[in-house]
Structure formats: C-alpha cells, structure tokens
Write a protein that binds this ligand. Structure first.
Ligand code: ATP
Length: 312
C-alpha cells in the first residue's frame, strides 16, 4: 500500500528551482532513504510533505489524501523529527513530550502514559524531570525523537537526525529506527551518510541539485553500476610500464588503468576480461601476487552517477 506519492513536484524560491520535478513513492513498511549532499533539496522535500512549505508545482498524496486539501488531517499521521532540534529548554523532558502530544490531540488522561512510553523508548525515562539544558547533543536529539513518537504516527520522517552527535547516540538512533519499523511504522530518513542509508534503508532515492538522479532498492541501485567492476592486482614492477598500461587499456571494455607502485587498478565494464589482462601480464614476465575484485558499494554508485563524492 502506498503511504506517500510525490508526483512531479517542484519548488522554487524566487527564481531558483531547488526541487525540480521529482517523483517517488513510499510503500507501507518501508524505510525510505533520501540520500544527497548538502543543498540537494532533501529538507525542502520533507517540508513540503509535512505541509511546512507548499510546492510550486505537482501533487503530494499522503495516505491517499492530497496535501493541498487535507493538510490538517494528514499532519496527525506524520511524526516529524526536524533537522534543527525543536524542544523547549525551559520545559522538562516529559513536559516537552506532553506538550507535543497535546498539540497533536492526545487526550489528557492518556498523555502522561504515552509520554512516559515515548521517553522509555528513547531511553530517557530516568531523565523525565530534567531540563534539556542539562542534556548532551545526543540526548537532545533523542528527546526530539520522543516528541515526534508520542502520538504514535504511522509515518515517521527524520531529517538528518544523526548530524553532530556522538557515535553511541548515533547507533542508538539507527537501532531505534529499525525497532520502530519492526513495530509497523513507515519511515523516511534523510542523510548524507551513505553508510547509514545502506545500513537501515530498504529503498533509496539519490538526490543531487534538486533532482532525483537514481532510485530503487539497494540491490537495484548497485545493479546500475554492476556493469562496472574494479580489479586490484599486486604485481612485480614492470620495466616497460607505459607499454603494459597501453596494452591493458586497449582491451575491450577496459575503462581505466592505473599503476600505483605495485598496485594495478583496472576499471572494467565487464569482469570477463580477466583472462586477457592476465595474459598481457604473463607474456611480459610480470608476476602476480594477488588479485582482488572490489565490490561496488553505494558510494561508488553515487560517484559514477554524479562524478563527485557525497562529502567533499
Ligand atoms: N527559504 C529558502 N529560501 C531560499 N533558498 C532556500 C530556502 N530554503 C532552502 N533553500 C535553498 O534550497 C537548496 C536546497 O536546500 P535543502 O535544505 O532542501 O537541502 P538539503 O538537501 O536538505 O541540504 P542540507 O543537508 O544542507 O540540509 C539550497 O541551495 C538552499 O540554500
């Protein structure tokens, strides 16, 4: 079942188009990753889904309802964890969670129990009566998450929730996302950390400069680049280095060859050229110590699609 359907959505600020005709959908039970470098348009997209910004063009359907007509109803079903921590420093942890619960319509009699449950989930129950000013960055992030979970939304949107926090809190947040998903929540997760998205997401859209340049399951994205493979060979230093590189480069489907000391790095379109490569080396009396075929990871997929690294 489709929970979110984004249809040809664009957003302009003045003359600049920061989201440019994007379309994607999220099904019930998925952890959907929006991956892209700073400024790609991830937060703008999230803010349009939640109705904090209105799109310049296109339609957004959440639970089959168009955000143009049903924003108030839709908001109750979305739990948003914003990129910038949104908690009140002069309210205790539990008062913060109860405040967010009350504005989303939880009845007074259920409020305290639900707030306790949310704080327990983020492991802050023992700090319920503490002011957030006494919290570390990671604890504030967790409190921010509890505020979004208190009304038990079916769709949870987290905008870069692990930026600037300690590794322990980061691991905790990633594990809790998996737990929430197992409990039935659908999750949209934005990040520019490739390894996080690779660890937790079932589907991924890669954004760059306001457009989605690739989307699909992890395996589908990897398959896009599976035509390319990287071979790393440890070899004895050749006397006729330039000739050897030229011979290998001339093999059909060899895209690139590099020799760094004793490491020969070959990028090929298909991996069935190994025999030809080996025969060039053997004919030239070069000994081979090891051969390693590198797996293509999502970082490589991104690099191949955009020609740049996610984080410079
Ligand atoms: N209110 C605004 N007015 C004008 N430009 C904006 C506004 N909000 C965002 N932008 C621009 O839109 C582009 C996309 O920003 P957005 O915050 O959506 O990117 P992002 O992928 O979430 O990046 P980050 O990881 O840095 O948050 C950026 O170039 C940003 O400067």
């Amino acid at each position: 079942m489709k929970i979110l359907d984004i249809k040809s959505v664009s957003k302009k600020f003045g003359n600049s188009t920061v989201v440019d005709d994007i379309s994607f959908s999220v099904n019930s039970g998925e952890i959907y990753g929006l991956l892209g470098p700073n400024g790609a348009g991830k937060s703008t997209t999230i803010n349009m889904i939640c109705g904090l910004l209105s799109q310049t063009k296109g339609d957004i359907l959440v639970f089959d309802k168009n955000t143009k007509q049903n924003l108030k109803n839709i908001k109750k079903d979305i739990g948003i964890v914003p990129q910038d921590i949104a908690i009140y420093e002069d309210l205790t942890a539990i008062e913060n969670v109860m405040f967010f619960g009350s504005i989303y319509g939880i009845s007074k009699k259920d409020l305290k129990a639900k707030a306790n449950k949310a704080l327990e989930f983020v492991e802050l129950l023992d700090k319920a009566k503490t002011l957030p000013s006494k919290f570390s960055g990671g604890m504030k992030r967790r409190l921010n998450i509890a505020c979004a979970l208190v009304y038990e939304p079916k769709l949870i949107i987290m905008d870069e929730p692990t930026v600037g926090i300690d590794p322990q809190s980061r691991n905790y947040i990633l594990e809790s996302i998996k737990t929430l998903n197992k409990q039935g929540a659908t999750i949209i997760y934005t990040s520019h950390y490739m390894e996080e998205v690779e660890e937790i997401c079932t589907k991924i859209a890669i954004m760059d400069k306001g457009t989605i340049i690739a989307q699909g399951s992890k395996d589908e994205l990897k398959h896009m680049c599976s035509e390319l493979s990287q071979l790393e060979l440890s070899i004895s230093t050749p006397n006729n280095k330039d000739d050897i590189l030229k011979l290998i480069k001339n093999i059909e489907n060899v895209e690139n060859v590099l020799l760094n000391d004793d490491k020969l790095l070959i990028t090929i379109k298909k991996s069935d050229k190994l025999e030809q490569i080996l025969s060039v080396l053997i004919k030239n009396n070069i000994s081979i110590q090891s051969i390693n075929q590198k797996n293509i990871d999502l970082e490589t997929v991104f690099l191949n699609l955009t020609g740049k690294k996610l984080r410079d």
